[in-house]
Design a protein around this ligand. Structure first.
Ligand SMILES: [Zn+2]
Length: 388
């Protein structure tokens, strides 16, 4: 099945041919990767999802010792429904120096390069191991990967550097904001609006909590940014409500109001602190509401939480990636990645991969041949450094 000449473009075409949208199975892709790796004598392990329809995969090649390099990618992609594609998104096609297909950029291009590197590494005299981590469900919150990270920590020698290959145009990205979200349900008490003081309007109480968010935004914006926050645009934590619903009539105090609030917080700030802050405010408001009617209050359910990726001081992963790419610029990004899940569990981590994030999730998503070649050169240098 496998050719002696490993070509990242062919590997990418193969990976793209599996429609691994996050809501669907990735098992056929995982099975193919297992066969590919085993044809080079590399044993891999899968970790099944709780529902059994998806799996993470991890593998190692080289000596069974600590201090290796881990290449981390996700196997899932975003849907294509409602997007105007000019070619079949599940068939790699080339046009004007670009490779088109769903996931070409985000991030099966890197996955293909990582598979190529693993295969080549298996035939080289590595002094340090190379590890591969492929996840599912990255596009739906970067949470499933926690299971993968924790399993690898227990099952494999500990890698010294983790490179997460999200598209950065092969620049070395050392930080991103974290995310935190809550489903908020404000429970009011219905009376005719002419009797306003005897009712509790869920909408008007929701407005008070949302205005608390406005005040935090103003406060955050007015503060001098910390050193960790300064590189971001904007250089502070933001709170945002993007969806709200509630009420039944203009003259009835609303019984229910529901909204979703998200925090995008800068490195150095903790999701738990922000969670405590909003929970305290909601508890205050609930107390006031219950003085009017005991069956009212504010319920909050955590929707997602992703730590920030924090630039490391003399980080091993950053040092390695800078040496391999020659990029010495300071870069942070505004999107979240699985990298912070590795970092918060003790791995030195950077983001560095081929392609432009502007291409991610778009119709006619592509990876330029130039970026693929840059990624290939990166892997060549990585293998040299693992043998040195
Ligand atoms: Zn991605």
């Amino acid at each position: 099945m496998m050719n002696d000449v490993i070509n990242p473009r062919d590997l990418l075409a193969k990976l793209i041919s599996y429609p691994t949208v996050s809501s669907d199975t990735n098992l056929p892709l995982v099975e193919w990767v297992e066969m590919f790796l085993s044809s080079y004598g590399i044993k891999s392990e899968r970790i099944l999802s709780p529902c059994g329809t998806k799996a993470h995969l991890y593998a190692q090649t080289g000596p069974e010792i600590d201090g290796g390099v881990m290449l981390s990618g996700h196997t899932d992609v975003v849907p294509v429904e409602g997007q105007a594609w000019s070619t079949d998104p599940w068939v790699l096609s080339e046009r004007d120096g670009k490779l088109f297909g769903r996931g070409a950029c985000d991030m099966k291009g890197f996955d293909a390069l990582a598979l190529m590197a693993m295969a080549q590494a298996s035939t080289r005299p590595l002094k340090r191991p190379l590890q591969l981590a492929l996840s599912y469900d990255e596009e739906v919150g970067c949470v499933a990967v926690v299971d993968l990270v924790e399993t690898m920590l227990g099952a494999l020698p500990r890698a010294r550097e983790v490179i997460v290959g999200e598209p950065t145009m092969m620049r070395v990205v050392t930080g991103h904001k974290g995310g935190l979200g809550f489903h908020v349900h404000v429970r009011g008490f219905e009376v005719h609006s002419s009797l306003l003081p005897y009712g509790v309007s869920a909408i008007m109480q929701a407005a008070r909590l949302i205005d608390w968010a406005n005040q935090r935004n103003a406060e955050n914006a007015a503060r001098t940014p910390s050193e960790l926050a300064a590189p971001f645009e904007p250089p502070f934590t933001t709170l945002h409500v993007g969806q709200i619903e509630g009420g039944t009539a203009h003259n009835i105090t609303a019984k229910d109001c529901r909204f979703f609030i998200e925090f995008r917080f800068v490195p150095g700030e903790s999701p738990d602190d922000w969670a405590s802050a909003i929970e305290a405010k909601a508890a205050d408001l609930s107390g006031e509401m219950q003085k009017i009617h005991p069956d009212t209050g504010i319920d909050m359910v955590r929707g997602f939480a992703l730590p920030a990726l924090t630039p490391e001081v003399n980080g091993a992963a950053e040092t390695l990636a800078r040496r391999l790419t020659g990029d010495n610029g300071q870069h942070v990004v505004s999107y979240g990645t699985e990298g912070s899940q590795f970092q918060t569990r003790g791995y030195s981590t950077v983001i560095c991969g081929p392609g432009d994030i502007a291409q991610a999730h778009q119709p006619d998503e592509f990876l330029s041949l130039e970026q693929l070649a840059a990624g290939e050169a990166f892997m060549d240098r990585l293998l040299e450094s693992l043998c040195a």
